[in-house]
Each structure stands twice: as structure tokens, then as C-alpha cells.
Design a protein around this ligand. Sequence first.
Ligand SMILES: C[S@@+](CC[C@H](N)C(=O)[O-])C[C@H]1O[C@@H](n2cnc3c(N)ncnc32)[C@H](O)[C@@H]1O
Length: 287
Amino acid sequence: MLSYRHAFHAGNFADVLKHSVLTLVLEYMTRKDKGYTYIDSHSGAGMYQLTEEYAQKTGEYKDGIAKLIDNPNIPEALEEYIDLIKSFNLKNESNHVQETQLNLYPGSPAVAKAFSRRQDSAHLFELHSTDIEHLTQFCERWSKSHVKQSDGYEGLLSLVPPPSRRGVILIDPPYELKEDYPKAVKTIIKAYKKFATGTYILWYPVVKRELVEKMKSNFTESHVKNVLQVELCIKEDTTEYGMTGTGLFIVNPPWLLKKQLEEILPYLKEILGQAQTTYTLTQLIDE
Ligand SMILES: C[S@@+](CC[C@H](N)C(=O)[O-])C[C@H]1O[C@@H](n2cnc3c(N)ncnc32)[C@H](O)[C@@H]1O
């Protein structure tokens, strides 16, 4: 029984980190003319209305994207992501000044769609009966997209290696079930055996530190090479319930990504953080 709905969390600090990294990875992929395949194992609804009930109930986006959207001192590496969010939220243009009114927040499929060219394709998996409807509708006019209501772990394994041998794979489970932590890493390890040059982005929440430590050791004990780990923890780790931080494992990151994150992370700490906020950026496994 699935109960997770991303609409409650769209645009929160974890989405900001995840989608800014996704933006940087996809921007890098489009620097070459050759097409690439994007695989989103856990896609969600595609696009979110921040003014509607779900997002308003938690208000999480107010401590995330809302704090950044009109901030004048955006670091260069974050500009593309902020411009993308703005493009969905333009109010009007007066005297050549574009005003934004935050209403829509793009999920990972919408970020991917924004970068998709004629030569690129996308495979999107989602299980929830309502979110799959929204996602299907969202992708209706995206001709190279393939939406499926089926298990994303199995789905991604069936698609690698892509014919173009260029691919970005986002794995973004809800972690409602503890099994998602080992399953996500093990799926990457399996996929890597078939497609060792793909870029894999695995998102995780910091809820229980030992679950993240276990993911790390699953990676370091595997044959997977070149893994970058980034983490932004708004609060200190706790044994109580609740997400205190967020992170990503990125396998085969574009060579520029580490430098771009070194620029972005202090800024996110300053704008989104509190006194106890920390970040880490670690080459977990060498090339
Ligand atoms: C964190 S949300 C995805 C958010 C989205 N990737 C984004 O960044 O906008 C996780 C989604 O995975 C879906 N889901 C859960 N288990 C799944 C599975 N085994 N295969 C595909 N989708 C699944 C949930 O219904 C939920 O919509």
C-alpha cells in the first residue's frame, strides 16, 4: 500500500539539492550533440502546484525554493536551476523586469523535459494511481517520453545499457519502507555491471544515520567506481523521528560537478540553514 505523495514535499530543501544536481548533470549531457537516455525510476507527478492543499499543509517549500527564488546573490552554478523554476512562474514583465510568483514547482520529470532535445529519450516509472495519471498527462506532448505504471527498480534494470550508451538514471524512492535503502544501492550495483559508464543519481533522506552508513558500505564493498557523495543537514542527527538532512550519491558525476557543488553548498547553508546546519562533499570511491 503506497501512501507517499511528493506533493507534500515539493520544493523543500531536499528537492532544491536534488534538482539543482539533476539540472547540472543534464546541462552537462546536452553539451554533446549525441542523444542520451534519461531514466527516472520513481517519477512522482511531474509538476506540483505550491498553492494547493498538499504543499500548503506542510509549507515545506517555504523553507526551500521560496527562500532562493528572488535572492539576488545566486552563485553561478545555481543559476540554471533558479532560471528553470522562474520559467514556470513568470508573472509579467514590466520595464524589462521579470516578476515571479511562486506557484508551480517542477518535479524531476519536468526538469528532465526542460533539457530534452529531439535526439534524447526518457523513461519514467511511477506506481501511485493518482500520480501516474498526473505524470501521463504531463508527458502527453513530450514525444520521446515513455511513462509506465510499474516498478522503477525493475524498469531501470531492463533498460540498461541504453542504445546510445549515454544515460542519466535518477533513483528517488520514498523510503516509506526501510528496504528501499539497500534495494536502491543494490539496484545501482546490478545496473552498473551492465552499464558502467552511466551517471546514476541516488537521493536519500537523513532520518537514521545508520541507514546512510549502511548504504555507504554497500557502495564501498562493491565494484562500483567514481562515487561522489553530497549531504546537506539542516539539523543535527537525532534518534527521534523526522528528516534532518538529505544527500545524494552520484556515480560517474560530470567532472565539473564537484567544483559546482563547492560553490553551491555554502550558499545553501547560508540561505536555507540554521545555526547547526552542515554540509559534506566527499569522493566516496575514486575513479
Ligand atoms: C520521492 S517521490 C519522487 C519525486 C520525483 N522523483 C521528483 O524529484 O520530483 C517517490 C515516488 O515513487 C513512487 N514509488 C514508490 N515505489 C515505487 C516503485 N517501486 N516504482 C516506481 N515508483 C514508485 C511513489 O509513488 C512516489 O511518487
